[in-house]
Design a protein around this ligand. Structure first.
Ligand code: DGY
Length: 321
């Protein structure tokens, strides 16, 4: 490669990340932050050496097949990479990297925010305040649920699941988990392993989803699995919207089978099933799991570390394909 690598950056990134891009590369930035269509992205990628994309870019086989031969790598600004067709990238010899580790704490924090917000009816309370409808304290107003002593069921005990467990213990919750492999005792830190998802669901007063999206987990939380939860359970999702069958969860929230849900991610986002917005027992955030300045900077730097490695002929640390 002659000169600095040319990187097409699909969305506006934090200032510190764009400054490093400007220092080390020839970036093609997106200051208006308008999402690219597939055709526009392919056109903009002509002559570039790499792409830096985000979960809002659908990197399917058609798009990857149409990329110019100059593209050596695609770094996604995310830990999740279900939006990238890895097989198509492998066929083209394009390296794919993600950003694990750096968003663990931020995502675990927002999981706790959702748990507390759902359990303590925060969105109903907030609405009361914003609408000027609060008439004062009463002994029975907006009574929520105490999380201490409740059983937290974690599906997917990777980095984020473990960080959530750590925080939940501080609330006095009992931690249970289901994972592909049982963790070693130090990682488990007293959590109870359930070899089957059904076994975990049966004890999960609060269910928190931390598994990747993909064909195996599509609509994992469906009507049948919801029926295995304890009556009045709380459901939290900071993983991916597609892991939940919205119709089933909405029906359970309506009937009271599920007491409340705290959601940060949605199938087909930014579209959100309209019933989530009208139900009183949902606490909804717009995919803010990793949205802190520190974390988004770290994600950008991690993506650039991976691209630097590719351009230096080294194995990128976070290669997923
Ligand atoms: C990720 O990294 O996959 C997150 O969803 C972005 O916050």
């Amino acid at each position: 490669m002659n000169g600095k690598p040319v990187i097409l950056v699909s969305r506006r990134l934090p200032d510190a990340v764009e400054a490093r891009l400007a220092r080390d590369c020839t970036p093609r930035l997106n200051p208006e932050d308008t999402p690219y269509s597939a055709d526009a992205l392919v056109a903009a990628a002509q002559g570039a050496d790499a792409l830096l994309v985000t979960p809002t870019d659908r990197m399917d086989a058609r798009l990857i097949d149409a990329l110019p031969d100059s593209i050596q790598a695609i770094a996604t600004f995310s830990v999740g990479y279900e939006h990238v067709d890895l097989d198509a990238a492998r066929r083209r010899g394009i390296i794919i990297t993600n950003t694990p580790g750096v968003l663990t704490e931020a995502t675990a924090d927002i999981t706790l925010l959702l748990m507390l917000g759902a359990a303590r009816r925060a969105s109903e309370g907030e609405r009361l305040m914003r609408e000027g409808a609060w008439t004062g304290w009463t002994p029975t107003q907006l009574l929520g649920q105490h999380l201490g002593g409740r059983r937290l069921g974690i599906i997917g005990m990777g980095r984020i699941g473990q960080a959530v467990a750590h925080r939940a213990r501080a609330l006095g919750m009992e931690v249970h988990y289901h994972n592909r492999r049982r963790l070693d005792p130090a990682e488990e830190a007293g959590a109870t392993f359930h070899p089957t998802a059904d076994g975990l669901l049966a004890v999960a007063d609060v269910l928190s989803l931390h598994c990747p999206a993909g064909p195996d987990t599509l609509h994992f939380l469906n009507a049948e699995r919801i029926s295995r939860l304890p009556q009045g359970a709380i459901v939290i999702n900071t993983a991916r919207g597609a892991v939940v069958d919205d119709t089933a969860l909405i029906a359970a929230l309506r009937s009271g089978r599920v007491w409340a849900a705290g959601l940060d991610v949605y199938e087909g986002e930014p579209a959100v099933h309209p019933n989530y917005r009208t139900l009183p027992n949902t606490f909804l955030l717009p995919h803010l799991g990793s949205a802190t300045v520190e974390t988004r900077n770290a994600m950008g730097f991690r993506a650039l570390d991976n691209l630097d490695a590719v351009f230096a002929g080294r194995e990128p640390p976070d290669r997923v394909a």
